[in-house]
Write a protein that binds this ligand. Sequence first.
Ligand code: HEM
Ligand SMILES: *[C@@H]1O[C@H](CO)[C@@H](O)[C@H](O)[C@H]1NC(C)=O
Ligand SMILES: *[C@@H]1O[C@H](CO)[C@@H](O)[C@H](O)[C@H]1NC(C)=O
Ligand SMILES: *[C@@H]1O[C@H](CO)[C@@H](O)[C@H](O)[C@H]1NC(C)=O
Ligand SMILES: *[C@@H]1O[C@H](CO)[C@@H](O)[C@H](O)[C@H]1NC(C)=O
Ligand SMILES: *[C@@H]1O[C@H](CO)[C@@H](O)[C@H](O)[C@H]1NC(C)=O
Length: 483
Amino acid sequence: VLFLEMLLYSLLFIFAFSFRSKSEPPLDRGLIPWLGHALEFGKDASKFLNRMKKKHGNIFTVRAAGRYVTVLLDPHSYDAVINDSDSLDFTRYAQVLMERIFNLRLPHHQPGVAKALMKRHFLGMNLATLNSTMCRYLQSLLKADMPQNRKDWKEEGLFDFSYSLLFKAGYLTLFGGEQNNNSTDPSSIYEEYKKFDGLLTKMARGTLKPEEKKTALSVRKRLWELLAPAGLTESSGSSPWLHDYRRLLQEEGTDEEMQRRAVLMQLWASQGNVGPAAFWLLGYLLTNPEALMAVKREFSQISQMETSETLPMDRPMNTPVFDSALEETLRLTAAPFITREVVQEKTLHMADGQEYRLRKGDRVCLFPFVSPQTDPEIYQEPQKYKYDRFLNEDGSVKKDFYKAGRWLKYYTMPWGAGTNGCVGKQFAINTIRQFVYMVLTNYDLELCDPNAQMPEINASRYGFGMLQPEGDLLFRYKPRNTH
Ligand code: HEM
Ligand SMILES: *[C@@H]1O[C@H](CO)[C@@H](O)[C@H](O)[C@H]1NC(C)=O
Ligand SMILES: *[C@@H]1O[C@H](CO)[C@@H](O)[C@H](O)[C@H]1NC(C)=O
Ligand SMILES: *[C@@H]1O[C@H](CO)[C@@H](O)[C@H](O)[C@H]1NC(C)=O
Ligand SMILES: *[C@@H]1O[C@H](CO)[C@@H](O)[C@H](O)[C@H]1NC(C)=O
Ligand SMILES: *[C@@H]1O[C@H](CO)[C@@H](O)[C@H](O)[C@H]1NC(C)=O
């Protein structure tokens, strides 16, 4: 039996390390047929890819659930992937996920048109309108949570607090205003959404257990119903963007059922990242007193010139310290995969002069979280939060980072890159800045346990945008004595 086992293992070994051909990236199939590395990948993608990187270097192909995925971890070579939309297709894999998570198929959809629409609404003059609507909702939700006349501390989990507040404000701004019914009240949407969010990674990977599947399908159905009126009529109180988006779907011949599914997808794209990002930022500030002081100092210089409790909305804000603190937060907690499908054979030219053949039908995946974002060759003590990492000595924005002695075009990539990068970036930054400003200037807040550390990262969410914590960070807050 022992002999057979050894034979089996050595066969598996040969099998696992066989190379497809010299010009192709090293192949690692994993020990389990078909499934390959899927389990380890899903459990903690960051740990897995770091392990593979140590073993194979900056480029390798792994087998996961029947697919071959070539992982590229050299940021100097990222442009070769991001740039080539002819051989490397973005939409196919996006469609697979759309179908798995949202049960959504849009056969006549023109992504280019939807994107142009999004840009029209989330940049320029329209952004200013969104800005001030968002600001109004943030203010009223905060006040409802914590009335000014209250004198005692209120204790809460920081993740819960940030996610629910920003979700509700974002939902009201984009999907439905005060005209909406009780049933579409933002708190109930948030409750359902959180359940959906918790199952989303498993839906994407197709690893739901039967019981979870039942929950996922019923929560999704409930969300479709709740979102049914959003953007449908001018009077639904939703944003002009959602209204235009609905109209575009109608023009493409999408029925109302499918439209609701598309609206849920937009809810996820627009609300799934902002709350978690604000949580990590506030958490890092509360656990790094020096960083908190620096951001507060910058904000107080602004508020000295203003009388209002919100930031001025009508002109560009100059907040380099805050911007650096946010950039540093995203460096440590934004972990999207950038995935493409190889639709025609391609030779990938790496920055170091190596060339690799990519097979049609394989996937290519960049994981900027491993490099550049937590790469010790680029950042000293990469796991450490340093709020001023993105500031020069003279206080200006630092954009010069190096790997292997060469200047890096991509030194952090929380928003993706290229034509498929995040359209909502500016709006998201404005929202988080406004939220943190309001909280820090109008409330006293502190950790319940002054020695508390940041919670661990939930390792199952690598690859899906902003990471989330395991557990929460308890804090308390009360209205500030302003005079
Ligand atoms: C901290 C907040 C946010 C982060 C970290 C973030 C991150 C990202 C990333 C990494 C992508 C690229 C995905 C890919 O390459 O497949 C993306 C795409 C996108 N984001 Fe964001 N996002 C944020 C907030 C927002 C907001 C507030 C909106 C909407 C108002 C938004 C709308 C979108 C849309 C529509 C896309 C898809 C672009 C496309 O398909 O080409 N995002 N986001
Ligand atoms: C592709 O990337 C290179 C840099 O690697 C850049 O110079 C070039 O302009 C890019 N091409 C396109 C079409 O974006
Ligand atoms: C409000 O709810 C009622 C019934 O629940 C529905 O008929 C009506 O269309 C809803 N109005 C809006 C604006 O969603
Ligand atoms: C909304 O809900 C509250 C509490 O559930 C209830 O008292 C109120 O009558 C409802 N309003 C409408 C318009 O349904
Ligand atoms: C981690 O995230 C997954 C997926 O969102 C969730 O099912 C799980 O409960 C989370 N674990 C903890 C400890 O929060
Ligand atoms: C939106 O508000 C932020 C402040 O939170 C400001 O920096 C930005 O310039 C505003 N954008 C527009 C277009 O008004």
